[in-house]
Structure formats: C-alpha cells, structure tokens
Ligand binder design. Structure first.
Ligand SMILES: NC(=O)c1ccc[n+]([C@@H]2O[C@H](COP(=O)([O-])OP(=O)(O)OC[C@H]3O[C@@H](n4cnc5c(N)ncnc54)[C@H](OP(=O)(O)O)[C@@H]3O)[C@@H](O)[C@H]2O)c1
Length: 298
C-alpha cells in the first residue's frame, strides 16, 4: 500500500499531536513540517522542518495547524500549489459556513479537495451532535464542557466491591438539577454493570441522579482536563422518549489530530471542492481500511 505523505503546517499544540498521530498510523507518513522562521527549535522532530511546503518531497496533503485567523490564507496558498488540505479552525455556525464557502471557491478554482472543520469541535463532537439529532429529530441537545479539576475522590464509591479507585463530579443539567458522574477503575474480576448498579442504589448516592462510567485508569483521567457531556432529549410528546448521552474525556488536541488524520485518508477519494465531515461518507474516513471497518463496526 502506498502511504499518503502529509505535511503539517504549524508546530504548536495541535501540530505536535498531528506528528504523534501520523507516527502511529499505518496509512500515512510525515513528509515534513512547515514552520515560520521564528518557530521554536524542535530537536525531537524526526522529519524535515522547512519554511515553505515546496521544499518538501512529494506532499499528498497538508494538515493546517496555524492560528484560526491564519487558516484561510494558509489553506488558499496550499490549494494554489495544488496540495489538498485538512483543517479544523474553531469556527461554528454561520462563521463556519462562510469559511467553508471561501475555501470551496479556492478549491474549485485550483481543482483540489479540502476538508474543513475536521477536528474535535468542530469535528468529531459535531458528528455525534448530528447523529443524535438524526435519531431524535424533535428534541433539544445540550453540550456541556467540563474540566478534570472538578473531579473529587469518592470514598463512598471506592468502598463498593470491585472498585479499585473512583472519582466523582457533579454537573448541572439543562434544568439546573445536579447530576453526579462517577468514574470507576475496576478490579480485573469486577463486572461493570454490577458495580454501576451497586453505586446507583447506594443510599449515599440516592440524593442525586447518578451515572457511572468505568474507565481504564483514574490516574490518566485526572491528568486529562477536557470533558464533554452531550445529551439529546426527544421532545416531551415524542412516544419513544429517547435520551442519548455521550460522556467523553480526552485530550482535545489529540482527538482533533486523530480526526484530521482520518479526514486526510479521505482526500484521495474526493473531487475538487470543500467538504465538511457531514459531506463525507463515514467509510471514506478509513481510507484503504474501509471494508475492514465496515465488517468490524456494522
Ligand atoms: N476543532 C478543534 O477541535 C480544534 C482543536 C485544537 C485546535 N484547533 C485549531 O487548530 C489551530 C491551531 O491550534 P493550536 O492550539 O495548535 O495553536 P498554537 O499552539 O498556538 O499553534 C499554532 C502554530 O501555528 C504557527 N503560527 C503561529 N502564528 C502564526 C501565523 N500568524 N501564521 C502562520 N502560522 C503561525 C506556530 O507554529 P510554528 O512556530 O511551527 O510556525 C504556532 O505554534 C487553530 O486554528 C485552532 O482553532 C481546533
């Protein structure tokens, strides 16, 4: 399989995560990094660092990781050099649509594909929001960001059989009612469903709605400082009463880099123009592994 060679533009927080993501990916390889001349020295980088993309050998696509106000110009300049791009500038709603139209014109003009908004949010989280709305079309969605700093150790939960360690946090629902989220690291022999049941029904937790999530490591959870709760409630009159919940904790730039890389795998399959993640068939984000993914996940 011929690997897709990618350039990273800008070696900040996201750019570094893109380097890591490419290094751990089978389908892509790092052609090099394009940096400003004043960019900080990066002796750990095992790839060429240049000041213009034309200095790199064969580039099949570029991941744009520059500040949001520099993204459009950077993208247009790469498109002009006939290099397909992926970016994830933090733009939403009307600003996102205007940005996409702007890039679309340039992409059509230079006959090259571009994928916009392919990060964490916009990006992966947008896909979940969209999917929830498709499944519960009449209803409302809440997105709440929270940080690891609000987590506290809970002796009550860590006293439950099968729980090695536990952390809890409380977050207000849309109605202002507090909900408790309990994260548990389980003993190897423990059954997650039984533990969740025991915690939810423990008298100490009956004062608030309590949700339990098993995590591989409480230490890792404490280190991460990003989390999202995405909740979709079907409208009151909806007979299915669907409630869909996504509770996630992650390193935001790390997740954005993974999404950019998935988008980059789709580039060889696209015609000229700008695409958001909603424009792409999910399978194309797997690139050459599309059929294996379909077999595994469908
Ligand atoms: N959608 C998402 O979920 C998501 C998540 C994270 C970030 N983002 C987006 O990713 C982009 C980068 O974020 P970041 O947190 O990595 O920022 P950052 O840490 O500030 O890094 C940006 C890098 O761009 C380069 N740069 C700085 N000023 C520049 C300029 N005026 N023109 C061109 N390049 C410049 C620098 O790299 P060199 O020193 O190597 O030149 C800098 O380290 C932003 O557009 C942000 O909105 C999106």
């Amino acid at each position: 399989m011929k690997k897709t060679r990618l350039a990273i533009i800008g070696l900040g927080n996201l750019g570094r995560k893109c380097v890591e993501a490419i290094q751990s990916d089978q389908q892509t390889e790092l052609a090099g990094v394009v940096r400003r001349p004043e960019g900080a020295h990066a002796p750990w980088l095992k790839a060429p660092a240049v000041t213009h993309v034309s200095e790199l050998d064969r580039v099949d696509g570029a991941l744009i990781c520059v500040p949001v106000d520099a993204v459009a110009d950077t993208a247009k300049s790469l498109l002009q050099s006939r290099i397909p791009v992926v970016e994830c500038a933090r733009l939403h709603s009307v600003a996102f649509i205007n940005h996409k139209s702007d890039i679309h014109r340039a992409a059509l003009h230079h006959k090259v594909p571009a994928i916009v908004g392919a990060g964490c949010d916009p990006g992966a989280v947008s896909l979940f929001r969209n999917q929830f709305a498709l499944l519960a079309p009449r209803g409302h969605t809440e997105t709440r960001l929270h940080t690891g700093t609000s987590l506290h150790h809970t002796l009550a939960a860590s006293g439950i059989k099968g729980v090695k360690r536990a952390l809890a946090t409380e977050l207000p629902s849309r109605e202002g009612v507090l909900q408790r989220y309990v994260y548990v690291e389980l003993e190897p022999s423990a059954d997650a469903a039984n533990v969740a049941d025991a915690i939810v029904n423990d008298p100490l937790f009956l004062d608030e709605e309590t949700r339990v999530f098993a995590v591989p490591s409480i230490d890792t959870l404490e280190e991460t400082d990003r989390g999202v709760v995405l909740e979709r409630h079907a409208a009151a009159g909806d007979p299915g009463h669907a409630t869909l919940l996504l509770e996630g904790r992650y390193d935001e730039a790390g997740l954005a880099a993974r999404m950019m890389l998935a988008a980059a795998r789709a580039l060889p399959f696209l015609q000229a123009g700008a695409y958001s993640l909603l424009d792409l068939p999910p399978g194309v984000l797997w690139g050459e592994q599309r059929h294996a993914a379909e077999k595994e996940w469908m």
